[in-house]
Design a protein around this ligand. Structure first.
Ligand code: SN0
Length: 317
């Protein structure tokens, strides 16, 4: 593996999940591998799980970690080319990324979309420039359109908790008060589509009209506008809010209540969410506090997702 920005960087999906579960069973088996190697984690947006789990994963592999909270502690970054920098931006991403590449063997970057210009966000211009100028392998810690470490942790969690050889997995839209990125559901759909194509799961999506995700992420995945119908016999429900792709960054009106509650799912259905979750807005607190929730185990698996990816990148340095 030379970089990790989407499921397309993964050659053997099942092997990566197996590797992550092996690392979970034996976290320090490769503690020499990352010795004298430095991981830099660059955040342009907030983070809890990604920051701590990736830091822990790197430490388990013997790496040194440096964290740069660019949004709060760095110079204001310019990302456009051909501008005279006589305004508020202080440093161009060309120099910033190249300099961080001098200090680090691997770099991680988190950068949310602005949700105003779809073409700009979906071009992943900032992310691609960072990769281009860093000159070292880059791991996505969530980009404008994807969150692959989250999706890998989700697949690990499904693999760990499944009760049948081919469980039914449903992505279900949830209400929110803010317009959120499509990165998490895009990525989840992309990873689950790949898992479904390898016969590991059955995958479908349910959301209100107006919240269709880009086809490049969902492919031929069955889509239901009726949540009740979609959730029948589901083994795993993945709850997430996202804003509209078509009416980009908008929140088209939804009249029905889409919040997942216990009465909407079977007793054996497990509930997942990437977190942070807004209780009793996206998901009922009775589900979150009950035996059907996997959200904490899922967050725990972020360590093994990050560690399996860092291990493959280190082996390729
Ligand atoms: C982010 C998102 O992409 O949906 C990060 C998820 C890992 N979530 C939020 O920004 C939540 C913000 C909020 O106000 O609830």
């Amino acid at each position: 593996m030379k970089q990790f920005t989407s499921v397309n960087d993964v050659v053997d999906l099942q092997k990566l999940v197996e590797e992550a579960l092996k690392l979970k069973a034996s976290p320090f088996a490769f503690e020499e591998l990352g010795q004298r190697k430095t991981l830099g984690l660059v955040f342009l947006n907030p983070s809890l799980r990604t920051r701590l789990s990736t830091q822990k994963a790197a430490a388990n592999l013997g790496m040194q970690v440096m964290v740069m909270n660019m949004d709060k502690e760095g110079w204001a970054l310019e990302t456009q080319d051909g501008v005279v920098m006589n305004g508020s931006t202080v440093e161009h991403i060309r120099e910033a990324a190249a300099v961080m590449g001098q200090y680090c063997d691997i770099l991680g970057l988190r950068s949310f979309p602005k949700l105003t210009d779809r073409e700009e966000d979906y071009s992943e211009d900032l992310f691609n420039k960072f990769i281009q100028f860093a000159g070292v392998p880059v791991v996505s810690l969530e980009s404008a359109t994807r969150h692959p470490l989250q999706s890998l942790a989700d697949l690990i969690t499904i693999q760990e908790h499944k009760q049948s050889p081919k469980p039914k997995v449903v992505l279900s839209w949830a209400p929110h008060i803010k317009a959120l990125p499509q990165a998490v559901p895009n990525s989840f759909a992309e990873w689950m589509t790949r898992a479904a194509s390898e016969g590991l799961i059955d995958f479908s999506i349910t959301h209100p009209k107006g919240y269709e995700l880009a086809n490049s992420f969902t492919g031929n995945t069955p889509l239901y506008y009726n949540q009740h119908e979609a959730l029948k016999n589901a083994d795993f429900v993945y709850v997430k809010n996202w804003s509209s792709y078509e009416h980009y960054g908008q929140m088209p009106e939804v009249t029905e209540n889409w919040m997942l509650t216990e009465d909407r799912i079977a007793i054996h259905t497990k509930v997942m969410h990437c977190l942070p979750v807004r209780r009793d807005l996206e998901l009922s607190s009775s589900i979150l506090d009950g035996p059907q929730s996997l959200v904490i185990q899922e967050a725990g698996n972020r360590v093994w997702a990050a560690q399996s990816v860092l291990k493959q990148l280190l082996e390729n340095l």
